[in-house]
Ligand binder design. Structure first.
Ligand SMILES: [Zn+2]
Length: 237
């Protein structure tokens, strides 16, 4: 259920029986030559909508911008906001919703940049970060054991969720070992690595079938994570 499509009177009635709000947090980040800029936005929104169906929680309008790798500045379309801007945005928008009666906030992001995650972590005791991609992949994927960027896992999920937007003919392999990419991931290096085409891992091994298994496993994780009592989770910043 999308809050954006409801009136304030309808939201007020909804608050009588459910006070949870899911806030999808996307980012504007290139996803190689084969996936669109809004991959992480689309995935967060689809997962949020499914979670809403299962829990009855409303879905807030998406935060479309997030914190990105400096080395992606050289690939047209990616942009970033600072950690402080992201954190303040979340604190601002939730403060009014809290006064209106929402009592539990779930920030659902599909973007794992460590500084993006840091900005969304431990904001307040009633705000919980959900990271659906933190699941086991080794038994699903053929060429990778973990999720990378626009890789076998991300491309599989895209093929399952929105195949019409995937440019299969543009898929390239340019895997860069983690030990080499780590400095880029932690924003220590800003010039793109050699042979970097915007994606990591092995997207040519992606299939919609793998994507379906990944999606179901992510939903299981989300349902588990929203069910943890709030008192035992998160601190206050
Ligand atoms: Zn992504």
């Amino acid at each position: 259920m999308l809050m954006a499509e409801m009136t304030f009177e309808e939201v007020k009635v909804h608050l009588n029986h459910n006070r949870q709000l899911i806030v999808p947090v996307g980012t504007c980040e290139q996803h190689g030559p084969h996936l669109p800029l809004n991959n992480d936005i689309l995935c967060a929104e689809i997962l949020a909508n499914k979670l809403s169906e299962k829990t009855g929680a409303l879905v807030a309008p998406t935060i479309n911008y997030g914190v990105n790798l400096p080395c992606d500045k050289f690939l047209a379309d990616t942009t970033t906001i600072s950690e402080i801007t992201l954190r303040e945005t979340v604190l601002s928008i939730t403060s009014w919703w809290r006064e209106q009666g929402f009592s539990q906030f779930f920030l659902l992001t599909y973007h794992g940049d460590p500084f993006h995650i840091k900005a969304l972590s431990y904001l307040c005791k009633d705000i919980r970060l959900l990271e659906p991609y933190e699941i086991e992949y080794a038994d699903i994927l053929e060429k990778q054991a973990t999720i990378k960027h626009a890789c076998e896992a991300e491309t599989s999920l895209a093929l399952f969720l929105y195949p019409e937007k995937v440019r299969r003919e543009r898929i390239t392999e340019s895997d860069i070992p983690f030990a080499v990419f780590e400095d880029y991931l932690f924003h220590k290096k800003t010039i793109p690595p050699a042979r970097y085409t915007g994606n990591l891992g092995f997207p040519s091994a992606a299939t919609a079938e793998k994507g379906e298994i990944i999606f179901e496993r992510m939903m299981e994780k989300l349902l588990h994570d929203v069910s943890i009592p709030f008192e035992q989770h998160n601190g206050c910043r």
